[in-house]
Design a binder for this molecule. Structure first.
Ligand SMILES: [Fe+2]
Ligand SMILES: [Fe+2]
Length: 192
């Protein structure tokens, strides 16, 4: 049977992520926003750990995830130093805002703290996926790190869901609000 036009289209090679004439990716901006995001993540978890009982299962999970965020942050700090990229000027805002978001969600409940991770990691996964698409073959060193961190962020999202994120009060509203904040923070950290 002859292939339909649709089937033929489906077999065409995918459009390369960069073609002559396209704008090159701004990798300084990429590193800046990624470092800001990982910094924010460490601050969110610091805020949660300030509130959660140290012996609680939630605190145990958060401690594990926070140690991975520290590693992500250290790697982006290193890449920024090597490549002479300045950090975002908004770091003080993420210092306070991240901590506050973590503390407030943990004060609501342990499931709300988990919903915070669920929401944040959902946005970060999308963000890293977009970056990988833009990078294409351009910067294998950076792409390998982003790919590994993206996988770990997805693990965090799944840990949070298994630990009761979906039981959080007003889960849809809470996660939509946090995702909105993440989108704004990502947009700002790319530019400033
Ligand atoms: Fe991370
Ligand atoms: Fe994470």
């Amino acid at each position: 049977m002859a292939d339909s036009p649709q089937a033929l289209t489906n077999t065409l090679p995918e459009r390369p992520s960069w073609r002559p004439g396209d704008r090159r990716t701004d990798r300084a901006s990429m590193l800046r926003v990624d470092q800001a995001g990982e910094y924010g993540a460490t601050r969110i978890y610091a805020g949660q750990l300030a509130v959660l009982r140290g012996s609680s299962p939630a605190a145990h999970l958060v401690t594990h995830m926070a140690s991975q965020e520290e590693r992500h942050l250290a790697r982006f700090n290193q890449l920024m130093a090597e490549r002479r990229v300045r950090p975002t000027l908004l770091q003080p805002l993420w210092h306070v805002g991240g901590f506050a978001m973590g503390a407030v969600t943990a004060l609501i409940s342990e499931s709300a703290a988990m919903a915070c991770t669920d929401a944040v990691e959902t946005e970060i996964d999308k963000h890293y996926a977009e970056q990988l698409e833009h990078l294409g073959e351009e910067d294998p060193e950076l792409a390998a790190d982003i790919r590994q961190f993206q996988a770990e962020e997805l693990e965090h999202r799944d840990i949070a869901r298994e630990a009761g994120a979906l039981d959080a009060p007003a889960y849809p509203v809470l996660t939509a609000a946090i995702r909105g904040i993440c989108k704004v923070a990502i947009g700002l950290s790319k530019k400033v």
